[in-house]
Design a protein. Structure first.
Length: 428
């Protein structure tokens, strides 16, 4: 991908690629078909920090080394998540499709830094910590049964659209206090935002509107919901801050959890090591879920960090205001942490949670949020295997298609077949 603005954009603050090395376009089929080989090629040709080009010729750095990732995520002073520092703002058009994902300066838990970020995260994390995990599991079991009831008598299903995408958003709707019927609208919104297409801007506006309505209704009629717990937290927050924090919670919780389910099902249906689980057992579900976080993590690339001053990272000179994208999946496959895996029959990461799937450091995914995502995903997988023990792919594994995004790695569809079974009851 070339663009006449690349040179001027680099001159505005971000250094062009090292001499003799072209920037790598952060798009293309290799991100969907074989990202690990692509990351290995990047590492060999560019090192642990890669000069990349986003759509529209926008320059950035992609961090793919495990050590460098740890350095960036462990130093919020040098690499804050402060989008206001970005030296490319004069070059970014209003309709840039990745603008909603990269973000802009706003009083949100995701786009604040320092003391202001800690003020938001304390409120969000303490509210999420009050979610009753036993009640959540019961709700997820009920939601999973209701979704499976919709297709269990047909002997076939499309698991992404019919199950993996709606389950997390319906569970989040319960946590937040949304009516069930809003869940489907939220699911479309999240998908449009993640894909970064022409409708991303419109989806962002609808997303904001949903959260405004939720906040207003909760203020009028408080109840036992996450929003109510946030409103009860000590401290002064504006309505805009609440809405933006609710958007961050929902966006971070929906598609990554959906893809965690979908990628785990794909792994268990295509890898002989998990054949026993497909016979009704549950003992390998956790192993498959953890392997996905290492090998097929839903969030491949995370935006972003911005350099607070000129510095060096790996072999690259990073200028003040440069954007760094966190290559979570690439760092997980770094040979520096995977050298001992080559000759191992069992994956070297079995039981090892030192991956970057939830990021790391001050801006990591809050621990209560990780627990919530795991409950939703694990419950969804266990109920699915209990109800449909002979589930199998309906098409060859090599024809499965990934979502067209370098940032998120999930299936666009997952067609399956199984022996038809009766519904367990309840209203779908």
């Amino acid at each position: 991908m070339t663009n006449p603005n690349v040179v001027s954009a680099a001159g505005a603050g971000t250094r062009a690629a090292p001499a003799g090395k072209a920037s790598v376009p952060l798009s293309g089929p290799r991100f969907h078909s074989d990202p690990q080989r692509l990351y290995n090629d990047m590492r060999r040709e560019h090192g642990p920090v890669v000069s990349v080009e986003l759509p529209g010729g926008v320059p950035a750095w992609l961090v793919i080394g495990y050590r460098e990732m740890h350095q960036v995520t462990s130093d919020p002073e040098l690499f804050p998540r402060d989008v206001a520092l970005w030296n490319q703002w004069p070059e970014i058009p209003e309709d840039w499709p990745l603008r909603p994902m990269v973000g802009q300066p706003m009083p949100s838990v995701y786009y604040t830094a320092g003391a202001e970020h800690r003020r938001h995260i304390e409120m969000v994390e303490s509210a999420m910590d009050t979610v009753d995990q036993y009640a959540l599991r019961r709700v997820c079991e009920d939601l999973a049964d209701r979704l499976i009831d919709n297709f269990c008598g047909k002997g076939e299903a499309e698991l992404v659209a019919d199950y993996a995408e709606p389950l997390p958003i319906l569970a989040l709707a319960w946590i937040l206090g949304f009516p069930d019927e809003v869940g489907g609208q939220l699911a479309w919104t999240m998908k449009a935002l993640a894909d970064g297409g022409a409708d991303a801007q419109a989806a962002h506006g609808q997303f904001f509107g949903h959260m405004q309505q939720l906040l207003a209704s909760t203020k009028a009629r408080p109840g036992d919901s996450l929003v109510s717990r946030m409103l009860e937290h000590e401290g002064s927050f504006t309505d805009e801050e609440y809405v933006l924090d609710l958007m961050a919670i929902t966006a971070a919780g929906h598609l990554p959890t959906s893809d965690w389910i979908g990628n785990s099902v794909r792994l268990m249906l295509t890898d002989d090591r998990f054949a026993e689980s497909m016979g009704g057992g549950r003992h390998s579900v956790g192993q498959a879920m953890n392997e996905v976080l290492w090998e097929d993590t839903p969030t491949q690339i995370l935006s972003g960090r911005w350099a607070a001053r000129d510095t060096r990272l790996g072999d690259s000179v990073i200028r003040r205001g440069d954007m760094l994208l966190l290559g979570l999946a690439a760092a997980n496959s770094d040979p520096h942490v995977r050298q001992h895996a080559a000759d191992s029959v069992e994956p070297a990461y079995t039981g090892n949670c030192a991956h970057f799937a939830f990021s790391h450091g001050e801006y990591r995914c809050p621990f209560p949020a990780q627990q919530i995502a795991e409950i939703i995903a694990r419950t969804g997988l266990e109920v699915l295997l209990d109800r449909l023990p002979d589930i199998d792919l309906a098409i060859p594994a090599e024809t499965l298609v990934r979502r067209p995004s370098a940032f998120l790695r999930g299936m666009t569809s997952l067609p399956v077949r199984f022996t038809p079974v009766r519904a367990v009851g309840g209203t779908p």
